[in-house]
Design a protein around this ligand. Structure first.
Ligand code: MGP
Ligand code: SAH
Length: 228
């Protein structure tokens, strides 16, 4: 990509290209959806440091923003995406960062592929329906997430109870918390970059409590009032 190849609505992402990938100029490959959905490198680095493990699944790897950072903190990454172009970009980008050998790339639908995988943790950065997700005051997960959220959590739990989910900053937070099993804990972390709220990350299973977010007991209803 060069600056004049970028459609107008993606220009702001071009301006932020080095916050998406600090090695952008070393051969990073992108496509349109990659531009607006890649996790900024500083956030992906933080998330990866929070969940070091043996095998991690990046269920929606996109152009590899998270998979690359997980490869730095985990022994092995299983990176899945349904889109062949973006999976190619992810492979190339992992080569740029020198970590492609630590990542197994799988082309497919996570909801199907999940049945055959076992791992220590699962990272979910599903599609949010494009940049228009911010047009709604509140992102209502059951109606606005392009993927069935309950199916997503069940498929993930078959792999591991330790799940991390990267979701819109206007998400209905109660819905994110309600995805946790009753009796368990969940941690909700606001992701800031340059002083601006970018997204919410929720940590389930053993991952809850390992960071700087608010930890809540899911069988304890007091947290509900926090978000009234
Ligand atoms: P953004 O919509 O570009 O908001 O998304 P931003 O940059 O805060 O816009 P501003 O004009 O208000 O400043 C912020 C971040 O959310 C992106 O960098 C991505 O990491 C993530 N993101 C955005 N979308 C549309 C998606 C998506 O569909 N899926 C995933 N997984 N992440 C997304
Ligand atoms: N975290 C990534 C961005 C993920 S964007 C990064 O930092 O680069 C969400 C991705 O989910 C898109 O690339 C899209 O192709 C993929 N996707 C959508 N539906 C999917 C499905 N059912 N299974 C696997 N991947 C899917």
């Amino acid at each position: 990509w060069t600056s004049d190849q970028i459609p107008k609505y993606l220009k702001k992402y071009w301006h932020h290209r080095y916050s998406l990938f600090t090695k952008f100029d070393e051969g990073i490959m992108m496509d349109e959806e990659g531009w607006y959905s890649a996790t900024p490198e500083a956030l992906a680095t933080y998330q990866a440091r929070r969940m070091p493990c043996n095998v991690i699944v990046d269920a929606f790897c996109g152009v590899g923003g998270n998979a690359i950072q997980f490869a730095m903190t985990c022994e092995k990454v299983i990176a899945i995406d349904i889109n062949p172009t973006r999976l190619q970009c992810a492979k190339r980008n992992a080569e740029v960062y020198g970590v492609a050998h630590k990542i197994e790339f799988i082309l497919g639908d996570f909801l199907t592929v999940a049945a055959d995988i076992k791992a220590d943790a699962v990272f979910l950065s599903p599609p949010w329906g494009g940049p228009k997700y911010l047009q709604a005051e509140v992102f209502d997960i059951p109606t606005m997430l392009p993927i069935d959220c309950n199916a997503l959590i069940s498929a993930s739990k078959r792999i591991s109870p330790n799940i991390c989910m990267y979701m819109p900053r206007n998400s209905n937070l109660k819905q994110l918390i309600a995805l946790a099993d009753p009796g368990s804990q969940v941690e909700l972390e606001a992701e800031h970059l340059n002083g601006r709220l970018k997204a919410y990350t929720t940590y389930y299973g053993n991952l809850a409590g390992g960071g700087e977010g608010d930890v809540m007991d899911v069988d304890h209803n007091e947290w509900l009032s926090i978000f009234e």
